[in-house]
Design a protein around this ligand. Structure first.
Ligand code: ATP
Ligand code: MG
Length: 418
């Protein structure tokens, strides 16, 4: 352990990376709002039971990826995902009468899993939840928002929408029996992990990445063949709505969420570009996420910001600033005063703190400042500043009173001629 390294599976977002994350979040926020989703922010810590009861005792996240927090009295955990907290908030505030309840969230999530490219222990998600809508129209709308978001990020050519239906409880129960029968007959070919799942959560075996498991799964019965009429009709409607707006999913009968309260629509946007960690956005429909929800249906999705940021190419450099440079100690307070005036007028200003004029100009160039504003006693006596255009190298004197207007004009001309 070295305190000079970040904790395994966590990473620092230095300004360039942070800017990419922020760009992804901004696009998300703008679009989520346009679809009628208001931002919600729930705590990063919750009672462990909030996750146990929503994600299920048998889910990967709850069985092996939770970060428990030492606390004197209560069992608390860092949130591994956003849906559970939203459902808990819905109950805490008795929002049953506020449905449809449409919210978006963003922020860090924590899972104790094996770190690798695209898989961190602290990562960030943006996501939405729509509670209290049973219509397949909601499924189509939620998927449309996901597709729109990825298109705005410029990723539409890189991603594929995969869709499946998990059916209603009746369809799933019938399928589960047949699947368990089939898998039990091939138990010797299954991985240890999948053998453990056989009893508790057999559907989850369908998305195993183990080669032996995959060979068995290839001949397994398909959930699609067990959908009863209402489930099939629901799926057909979702597909028709999507087609209506030009979204054509690829049906993937192996796509599962593996938890009891998930039903009907399950979907993922995947990309071949990121290797094994190719899912950038995933979601689905659920029912009664927490038992006390009493009949509330919901649908939502979450996307990993790190994975999106790796693919997103639309990030521009930081906006450019003006460097304020004082010559001689007596000019310092005037530099500070002018800098404040300029900032209030909307100009991004960077003050040089020390060193010779040459050194400060060097720094101004290094930070790609658009101009240097140089102030010495002779300038102050005349209430003017020397403004050097750092792109063209030309220099003029500008009265204090027109400084803000002139600099704003310079900054609006983004041409870098050198
Ligand atoms: P995976 O199959 O990759 O483990 P998951 O089913 O655990 O995914 P979800 O819980 O559906 O993932 O989370 C939604 C999205 O959050 C994922 O598609 C991915 O983009 C992102 N994500 C999940 N876990 C991580 C992680 N450990 N590091 C980075 N991003 C992650
Ligand atoms: Mg996972």
């Amino acid at each position: 352990m070295s305190i000079l390294q970040p904790v395994r599976g966590t990473q620092d977002l230095l300004p360039d990376a942070a800017r990419r994350h922020r760009a992804v979040e901004r696009i998300f926020c703008t679009l989520a709002e346009r679809y009628g989703f208001e931002e919600i922010a729930t705590p990063i810590i919750e009672f462990t039971d909030v996750f146990r009861r929503t994600l299920g005792e048998t889910s990967d996240v709850v069985t092996k990826e939770m970060y428990a927090i030492m606390s004197c009295r209560d069992a608390l955990s860092l949130r591994p995902e956003g849906t559970a907290g939203v459902a808990r908030a819905f109950l805490s505030h008795g929002l049953h009468h506020e449905v449809p309840f449409k919210v978006s969230y963003r922020g860090p999530m924590f899972r104790h899993e094996r770190p690798q490219k695209g898989r961190l222990r602290q990562f960030h998600q943006v996501g939405i939840e729509l509670l209290g809508a049973e219509s397949p129209l909601a499924d189509a709308e939620v998927i449309a928002l996901a597709a729109h978001f990825l298109t705005e990020l410029g990723l539409s050519r890189m991603v594929t929408l995969e869709l499946n239906s998990l059916g209603d409880t009746e369809s799933r129960a019938a399928y589960r029996t047949r699947l368990t029968d089939y898998l039990s007959r091939h138990v010797e070919s299954l991985s240890i992990e999948s053998r453990k799942r056989l009893e508790r959560n057999p559907l989850r075996i369908l998305d195993s990445k183990d080669a032996g498991d995959r060979a068995v799964i290839a001949d397994a019965p398909l959930l699609t063949d067990f959908l009863n009429t209402p489930s099939r009709q629901f799926l057909d409607k979702v597909c028709t709505f999507l087609e209506e707006i030009g979204i054509n999913p690829v049906m993937n009968p192996y796509l599962v969420r593996g938890l009891d309260y998930y039903c009907h629509t399950a979907f993922e946007f995947t990309t071949p570009v990121l290797g094994a960690q190719g899912t950038v956005l995933a979601g689905g429909r659920y029912h009664d996420l927490i038992q006390q929800m009493g009949g509330v249906a919901g649908i939502g999705w979450a996307a990993g910001i790190e994975r999106l940021a790796m693919l997103y190419e639309g990030v521009t450099a930081a906006s450019r600033s003006v460097a304020m440079i004082s010559v001689g100690d007596s000019a310092e307070s005037m530099v500070l005063r002018l800098a404040q005036d300029l900032r209030k007028a909307g100009v991004r200003v960077d003050i040089g703190y020390s060193g010779s004029l040459a050194k400060r100009l060097k720094r101004a160039n290094k930070i790609r400042a658009r101009a240097a504003v140089i102030l010495g006693d002779s300038e102050i006596d005349r209430s003017i500043a020397t403004v050097r255009d750092l792109d063209s190298g030309t220099q003029i004197e500008v009265p204090f009173s027109s400084l803000a207007t002139y600099l704003r004009y310079l900054l609006s001309r983004e041409v870098e001629e050198r």
